[in-house]
Ligand binder design. Structure first.
Ligand SMILES: NC(=O)c1ccc[n+]([C@@H]2O[C@H](COP(=O)([O-])OP(=O)(O)OC[C@H]3O[C@@H](n4cnc5c(N)ncnc54)[C@H](O)[C@@H]3O)[C@@H](O)[C@H]2O)c1
Length: 434
């Protein structure tokens, strides 16, 4: 049997060994899903701390129960390690390493390059390699493939390569990773067939497209769609405030239309990785092709303005109360970038705290998931949400609407609340909404 037939048989009879490269929000849930389906799973990560946590059964990914991880390890179905040799023993290698944005708005693909090099050093005939990390269109062909070819092995003969964009939504109980349809784009029919076969073992739906570029771009379209719609609704929120009407009520009304409208909600700014970073990958690539994106750039600008706008509104509210933002005691309630997730990446709350401090407000924060934050090298410790503490603040700025907070208690004890998430339904004397 040739490499293709051998690998296909191994996937079908569940003897294929699967290795996740990068055990974060994306890699770890996939490792557990394959392990639960009876595959032997390796997990390669350069962070020894993370591997130790996994082996000790510590929780660090919201969607993964550490008991599942421990049980897979105990039953010799999962072997997480920092030793790259495990790659050589793997039949399917799935790369899920980070792709952050550099400060200069340039996609940082150094992790993808590093992971591809590690894979190359440990390649042998008959492996399928899938890149899942979100990046600009052509990353798989122009970055990963050339590195893998340095192994001397031939693509589509000795090894197979595909791109499959990750669509996880951390903390989403309705759509765990295996329920989100998976798109795949291989370099050839063979790569696509193998990737299709592998993901079909754990996913309810797998959708094949004609190339890695289509799969890469589809992910960027999904996130750009959100970026643009969030920017639009943020602009509407500002406009509604000027018009003296509630954006939240306007949305409730608009969404009664059963077609042609999809509700998006305003907020204090965008965070995480997907929405702030992915569309910028696309505009960066477009620039290389001599085209300047317009919608993406404008939407990014609009969303980037929101943290500043929140602070301007807080200053206005304090002035209305014959007070001043300068010297005011402000409590930022919730600092992670979205509810019920312990993730500070690109969180607008951090920018809001900086703006508040810049305006000389005295800022504290509370977040059930985050005990302290580091801003410009200075540690800021979260406070406890007690009655006495709440009464001390001139304004509470509600940024992240975690489920695990007693909002009634906050309302009963706070002088003034600026609610950027529409947590408080109804009208209250001490609550003002975005
Ligand atoms: N988190 C999400 O919600 C989400 C959603 C969709 C897509 N994505 C994309 O998936 C990719 C991974 O994101 P994530 O959220 O899982 O990141 P993460 O930071 O949670 O995890 C990445 C892991 O990769 C490890 N790593 C870094 N370099 C490595 C290397 N060379 N070899 C092996 N391991 C290495 C890190 O130590 C870390 O454990 C990114 O491209 C991201 O854009 C993330």
């Amino acid at each position: 049997m040739n490499s293709f037939e051998t690998l296909k048989a191994k996937i079908n009879n569940k003897t294929a060994k699967i290795c996740l490269v990068g055990l974060g929000y994306v890699g770890l849930p996939l490792a557990v899903a394959f392990g639960k389906k009876g595959y032997f799973v390796y997990g390669y990560d350069t962070d020894s701390n993370r591997i130790e946590k996994l082996q000790k059964g510590e929780k660090f990914i919201v969607d993964v129960d550490p008991r599942d991880v421990l049980s897979l390890i105990k039953n010799k179905k999962f072997y997480p390690s920092t030793d790259e040799k495990i790659l050589k023993d793997s039949d399917v290698i799935i790369i899920c390493v980070p792709t952050p944005l550099r400060k200069v708005k340039f996609p940082d693909i150094s992790y993808v390059v590093a992971a591809s090099r590690t894979v190359k050093k440990n390649m042998r005939k008959g492996q399928l390699i899938v890149l899942e990390s979100t990046s600009y269109t052509t990353t798989t062909r122009e970055v990963t493939l050339p590195v893998l070819k340095e192994s001397g092995l031939k693509e589509e003969l000795d090894f197979f390569l595909a791109f499959s964009p990750e669509r996880v939504n951390p903390g989403d109980k309705k759509f765990p990773v295996t329920r989100i349809p998976k798109a795949i784009g291989g370099f050839s029919a063979k790569s696509s067939e193998l990737a299709y076969l592998v993901y079909s073992q754990i996913m309810e739906t797998v959708f094949k497209v004609s190339s890695p570029e289509v799969a890469e771009t589809s992910k960027l379209l999904e996130n750009t769609f959100r970026l643009v719609n969030i920017a639009l609704i943020n602009e509407f929120a500002i406009l509604c405030h000027k018009l003296g009407i509630s954006i939240w009520e306007v949305i409730e009304c608009a969404k009664t239309k059963p077609f042609g409208f999809m509700p998006f909600y305003p907020g204090p700014g965008i965070g995480g990785h997907c929405i702030p970073c992915d569309p910028v990958f696309l505009s960066w690539k477009a620039k290389k092709l001599g085209y300047k994106t317009k919608m993406i750039d404008l939407a990014s600008e609009m969303n980037r303005y929101m943290p500043k706008y929140v602070v301007e509104r807080v200053a206005e509210l304090l002035e209305e109360k014959n007070s001043s933002i300068e010297g005011a005691k402000v409590l930022v309630l919730g600092v992670t970038y979205k509810k019920d997730v312990k993730d500070l990446r690109e969180s607008p709350a951090l920018e809001i705290i900086e703006y508040l401090q810049h305006r000389k407000a005295k800022v504290n924060f509370f977040d059930p998931y985050i005990p302290y934050i580091k801003l410009n090298g200075i540690n800021l410790k979260g406070i406890n949400l007690t009655k006495d503490n709440l009464k001390k603040f001139d304004c509470v700025v509600l940024i992240t609407d975690h489920s695990d907070v007693n909002y009634g208690f906050v309302r009963n004890n706070a002088k003034l609340i600026f609610d950027t998430r529409n947590v408080y339904k109804g009208t209250f004397a001490n609550v003002v909404k975005l």
